[in-house]
Design a protein around this ligand. Structure first.
Ligand SMILES: Cc1cc2nc3c(=O)[nH]c(=O)nc-3n(C[C@H](O)[C@H](O)[C@H](O)COP(=O)(O)OP(=O)(O)OC[C@H]3O[C@@H](n4cnc5c(N)ncnc54)[C@H](O)[C@@H]3O)c2cc1C
Length: 304
């Protein structure tokens, strides 16, 4: 199948062939995607979904690639990447309408420009709006659920739906899209009210500085590898299990933040997976806690 089939079907965005996935995720790991598509519009996304369905091509959704591990051998089929496309932002009736591909940082800056508080927490999270909704990304200061009013999404057949946030089954690092697949294309988001922009900026900068002091700076990683177990912290359990600094190949448990696994330069996806399993084994053996991964294996998240 040739790339121009997407163009002939009406797709107006970017189509790349055999695009290395390592270029599109913060782990900097992953082989080529047969077709790497960046839609310019919701209509583009619909065309991609429908064509992939007709042609029997698997399709995977990618946002900022900050919470995924892509396979070393790459992926057959389509990787549909919202980052770089679907980047519309608008302010209507006190709500922000953000395309799925808008980065979290751009969203926070956009709210600040409108003196709108309540988005400071997302400023330093390196993903997109679509990824934040899917994961219900968050930290101590807020989460996607606390801003979401309504989400627009496409089902596998390309039909557009609108769902109120109250029906999105948000909980810790969970949304309805984990069990009912949907491509998030847009979210309507509310803030917590108007505030002095200097105060908003100060909170954004303070949050970023705090995170910088806790997280390994400039590391190739996907943030916390494991979900927070009830009543405890993955980082603490990993530390007391003696896993800090544990290394397999070029994949290493960060010494600065034990919940992070970092790519020291040439790590393969297999090395990261092996290290994840080894950490899980050691924590289970010594602490009796089964750590659940937060990072998504892209091949397990097949949409079509
Ligand atoms: C240094 C660092 C710090 C981090 N800190 C935090 C933190 O404090 N809190 C936190 O929650 N996370 C954190 N993360 C993890 C990550 O940034 C978030 O989970 C983020 O929301 C993922 O968004 P993304 O766009 O990068 O999604 P991706 O990594 O591209 O994808 C993640 C999952 O979402 C799905 N997805 C992405 N876009 C869509 C869409 N439009 N529609 C449907 N499904 C979609 C993908 O298929 C995949 O299954 C951190 C990561 C890093 C590297």
């Amino acid at each position: 199948m040739k790339a121009d089939v997407f163009v002939r079907a009406g797709f107006t965005g970017t189509v790349l062939l055999k695009e290395p996935l390592k270029r599109h995720c913060t782990f900097c790991i992953g082989g080529p995607a047969q077709f790497f598509l960046v839609p310019r519009s919701v209509e583009d996304a619909r065309v991609a979904l429908q064509l992939a369905g007709q042609e029997g091509l698997p399709l995977y959704i990618l946002g900022g690639g900050s919470n995924i591990l892509a396979p070393d051998e790459g992926l057959r089929g389509v990787v549909l990447c919202t980052r770089g496309g679907l980047e519309g932002l608008a302010f209507e009736d006190g709500l922000i309408r953000a395309g799925a591909g808008v980065t979290d940082e751009a969203l926070a800056e956009y709210a600040l420009e409108r003196n709108l508080a309540g988005f400071e927490w997302i400023f330093d999270i390196p993903g997109t709006v679509g990824g934040a909704v899917f994961m219900n990304a968050g930290n101590n200061e807020g989460d996607a659920a606390s801003n979401a009013t309504l989400v627009r999404w496409l089902d596998r057949g390309g039909v557009l739906h609108e769902t109120a946030a109250s029906d999105l089954d948000f909980s810790y690092r969970h949304s309805v899209f984990h069990s009912r697949p949907g491509l998030v294309v847009e979210a309507l988001l509310h803030g917590s009210g108007q505030d002095d922009p200097t105060a908003i900026r100060a909170r954004m900068d303070a949050g970023r500085a705090l995170r910088k002091s806790k997280f390994p700076a400039e590391a190739l990683c996907a943030g916390s590898v494991f979900k927070r177990p009830k009543g405890d912290y993955a980082g603490r359990l990993i530390e007391v299990s003696g896993c800090g600094g544990l290394k397999i190949g070029d994949a290493k448990v960060s010494e600065k933040h034990k919940g992070f696994i970092v790519n020291c330069g040439q790590a393969t996806g297999q090395e990261v997976r092996d290290l994840v399993r080894e950490v899980q084994r050691r924590v289970l053996d010594s602490q009796g806690v089964a750590l659940e991964p937060e990072v998504c294996l892209l091949e397990d998240k097949r949409f079509i």
